[in-house]
Design a protein around this ligand. Structure first.
Ligand code: MRU
Length: 360
């Protein structure tokens, strides 16, 4: 999407590759600073995924594909390239456990290299495939926007959680893509963005995106969403997904489950927007989805800028208190009205979801 820098709009993707280097928008610096971060080796790229310089299911998927591609390029200079590649694939897969797109992308690049006659042609295939993954992600998200827009009225209000906008993908986003398409179609949409403790993706990233696109929005405390749903301010809830099990149970940012329950209680539709690359056929239900636990420091400390625009961190808990920091929760399929995918909207029929069309 476009970013205004010094008054000039320029199109950016969240992540891209040039030569052997992977470039990404440095997300922890947003919304106060826009900077590009460069990863020279696949291990640098793995670190960037781990420390969330890049985050969001589709964005870390594309980044993981590029990391695998960097490993392929690096392996071409070694005596035992296969050993290096196996280790790289495992190291990349170990970087974050929940988002299915990461595993999907590593496997896609590895599969593309398989069976090639020379290492040179395998490396070429890796480069092509990693770029194709990024292009497919952007294309799928654009389509999600077009389809999701049909669910929105000419005046509507959307609640979203975390950041499932373009920063969480290569471009366009999932949950916010319908909002962008609606804006382009002349609809008047108001977005309510949960701030999303502890990493504040809603307050920092979703708000920054919406501000950039000129969309009316309010950042609300996480614990205000239920009340706003009950008192009629919210017309529809749209969230993203990190992994969707075969029965429709969906892992997304911690707090999503509560929003789904509140939406059900208030009689508001609750949609999950995600490309088919987020669906994991190997997970039978949400119980099979690995949930990442992150450092308790993310709960103890909050980042922001001072009045003098200096980046600063402050502690919000007493020294000595412990914290727990699960990064995701699972919303049972029964609370989900439908999935907005690039292949169509899959509605919750009484018997559950039929995902067949995703694999055609
Ligand atoms: O921990 P993050 O920021 O990588 O979490 C991913 C997310 O941004 C959310 O869970 C999002 O709603 C789905 S990812 C498109």
């Amino acid at each position: 999407m476009n970013v205004k820098i010094n008054g000039i709009k320029k199109h950016f993707r969240t992540v891209w590759m040039k030569g052997n280097n992977v470039f990404m928008i440095n997300q922890p610096l947003l919304p106060h600073k826009f900077k590009i971060f460069k990863c020279k080796t696949y291990l640098d790229t793995v670190e960037a995924i781990k420390d969330m310089t890049v985050r969001g299911a589709g964005a870390i998927g594309a980044t993981a594909g590029y990391a695998m591609c960097q490993a392929a390029l690096e392996s071409a200079k070694l005596r035992k390239p296969m050993k290096y590649l196996f280790k790289a694939a495992n190291t990349i897969k170990d970087s974050r456990p929940t988002a299915q797109n990461l595993f999907y992308a590593v496997d896609r690049v590895c599969d593309a290299m398989l069976g090639k006659e020379t290492l040179e042609s395998a490396v070429e295939a890796a480069v092509l495939e990693a770029n194709a993954i990024a292009d497919d992600d952007a294309e799928a998200c654009k389509k999600i926007g077009e389809l999701g827009n049909t669910l929105l009225g000419s005046k509507d209000s959307v609640l979203t959680h975390c950041n499932a906008g373009w920063l969480a993908f290569v471009d366009y986003g999932s949950a916010l893509s319908p909002v962008y398409a609606a804006k382009a179609a002349g609809k008047k949409i108001i977005v309510y963005s949960d701030e999303t403790r502890p990493r504040l993706q809603g307050a920092n990233l979703t708000a920054w995106e919406l501000l950039n696109e000129g969309i009316e929005h309010y950042v609300i405390p996480d614990n205000a969403a239920g009340a706003f749903m009950k008192n009629g301010r919210i017309g529809i809830v749209i969230v993203g997904a990190d992994r969707i099990a075969n029965n429709g149970d969906t892992a997304n940012k911690i707090g999503t489950y509560e929003k789904a329950i509140c939406a059900r209680a208030a009689g508001i539709p609750f949609y999950v927007a995600a490309p088919s690359s987020t669906f994991d056929v190997k997970c039978r239900s949400g119980r099979d989805i690995p949930i990442e636990y992150r450092s308790e420091d993310e709960v103890h400390w909050v980042y922001g800028i001072t009045e003098k625009r200096r980046r600063s961190k402050v502690r919000v808990t007493p020294e000595g208190s412990r914290a727990l920091n699960p990064a995701f929760d699972v919303t049972p399929a029964e609370y989900i009205s439908g999935f907005i995918t690039e292949k169509g909207i899959i509605f919750n029929e009484n018997k559950g979801f039929d995902f067949e069309k995703l694999w055609k």
